[in-house]
Design a protein around this ligand. Structure first.
Ligand code: NDP
Length: 444
């Protein structure tokens, strides 16, 4: 059996109850085949793939907090420190009832390659909890965050592991976590990113993932002889990534006609009113039904349906596995030219293959949503240097990083005879740097 299949078989056996993690490993190792085959003897001897698919360390702990009625609540906290060959572990904290070991491991594994692609010195990690901040009071969220950090602070640090936001973890949660870390350690250091501007946050971090997604999408389109002007975009989600993707897409002249949340979706043929969306989601923390109530011409529909809308560009920005084969078929039938992932692994493997076979330009999240973590790394740089860049400085660096990522993954795909396969290109480019660093550092 060849080395990739051997390792895949072992990973499947060892992690049988972790479907999301297996999906991520299969996708990555499958597209690395040409690179592995070219170096099979060396990599096998060094057990490189076994080392890469086994986290450095997994931390799982109990998180106790007291709700507003005086009831004690119990949640599970996670942090997976996957690989620090090229820098301190870096990756977000997801707060959502669906969080479990498989989800945290899949996200941590993907993060290794994504962080490598940014060209910045950051390793891969991810964490979170099955705590759901939705519907909780600020005091309850603070109680949870303080208790979570009470355990996690032992394992993180500005040069060790630097967590950030993700689903359910925004500026409010990062603020409570940072305060607790500072209280426990006495250190005022850049241990978390996504911080408020008055205590070490970076301008443009909030916008970075969504804006970065559009910078890479525009470069992709440009390199294929198209522009963003008047293109119809379908976006899913209505959280941090979706909101700023919609904002930048419209600034570039495209028309965004959909957004969604876990209950339903909006079709707004005149173009999403981003200011209204921000007011509803960022200020009032309300549901999308309120958007339709406030915006003439917009329709609210329950359940899923974003990908049934005819569009030129699809930007899935909600969650994993939200775009399946049937959705991909509908997109192709509607003439969609490009799918760029804002979320992590929103497209299933089958759907990805179908889109690629049909000639749809497809950029996977580890490349196209890397703007968030890249700007987090810029926040770390500013914290270390004790300075703050202007919005324009941080945004310009973000744009350059995203353009560089596009050409990096394009080149990697071409080098291995897979021109236009940006999934393979992203995995290969991300892998090469990490693999070289691991081998150079010996068996450790
Ligand atoms: P938010 O929590 O701000 O928003 C998530 C959005 O997705 C919400 O609209 C939410 O709806 C929707 N959603 C969540 N779970 C589901 C589900 N099971 N079914 C349907 N809709 C769902 O998260 P972000 O915008 O920060 O993150 C979105 C994605 O982008 C995630 O995959 C994340 O890992 C990825 N990402 C985020 C980065 C960042 O900088 N924030 C960086 C890189 C990747 P509802 O409000 O109803 O739950």
């Amino acid at each position: 059996m060849n080395y990739v299949d051997e390792v895949l078989a072992r990973v499947r056996e060892k992690n049988a109850s972790e479907p999301e993690f297996l999906q991520a490993v299969e996708e990555v190792l499958d597209s690395l085949r040409p690179v592995i085959e070219a170096n099979e003897k060396k990599y096998r001897k060094e057990a490189l793939l076994e080392r890469l698919t086994e986290p450095d360390r997994q931390i799982k702990f109990r998180v106790l907090w007291v709700d507003d009625t005086g009831q004690v609540q119990v949640n599970t906290g996670y942090r997976v420190q996957f690989n620090n060959a090229i820098g301190p572990y870096k990756g977000g904290l997801r707060l959502h009832p669906s969080v479990n070991t498989s989800i945290v491991k899949f996200l941590g594994f993907e993060q290794i390659f994504k962080n490598s692609l940014t060209g910045l010195p950051i390793g891969g990690g991810k964490g979170g909890s099955d705590f759901d901040p939705k519907g909780k009071s600020d005091r309850e969220v603070m109680a949870f965050c303080q208790s979570y950090i009470m355990e996690l602070y032992k394992y993180i640090g500005a040069n060790v592991d630097v967590p950030a936001g993700d689903i359910g973890t925004g500026a409010r949660e990062i603020g409570y976590m940072y305060g607790q870390y500072k209280r426990l350690t006495g250190l005022y250091e850049g241990v978390l990113t996504g911080k408020g501007l008055s205590y070490g946050g970076s301008l443009a971090r909030r916008e970075a993932t969504g804006y970065g997604l559009l910078y890479i999408t525009r470069e992709l389109m440009r390199c294929h002889g198209m522009n963003m002007e008047d293109k119809i975009c379908c976006i899913s989600g209505s959280g941090n990534v979706a909101i700023y993707a919609a904002e930048k897409a419209q600034q570039m002249g495209a028309r965004v006609v959909t957004v969604s949340d876990s209950a339903g979706w909006i079709y707004d043929p005149d173009g999403i009113d981003v200011a209204l969306l921000k007011e509803i989601k960022e200020v009032r923390r309300a549901r999308l039904t309120e958007y339709a109530a406030a915006k003439p011409g917009a329709q609210y529909r329950e359940g899923r349906g974003v990908w049934q809308v005819k569009c030129d560009i699809a930007l899935p920005c909600a969650t994993q596995n939200e775009l399946g084969l049937e959705d991909a078929k509908a997109l192709v039938a509607g003439g969609c030219r490009a799918v760029c992932e804002g979320a992590n692994m929103p497209t299933t493997l089958e759907a990805t293959r179908y889109l690629q076979e049909q000639g749809v330009l497809f950029v996977c999240g580890k490349a196209s949503n890397a703007g968030g973590v890249a700007t987090s790394a810029l926040e770390m740089t500013q914290n270390s240097a004790r300075l703050s860049w202007t919005f324009e400085e941080a945004d310009a660096k973000l744009e350059q990083i995203m353009i560089h990522i596009y050409h990096n993954i394009d080149d990697a795909a071409r080098r291995y005879g897979m021109e236009g396969n940006y999934v393979a290109g992203a995995n290969i480019a991300g892998f090469e740097k990490v693999a070289n660093a691991m081998l150079a550092q010996g068996v450790c």
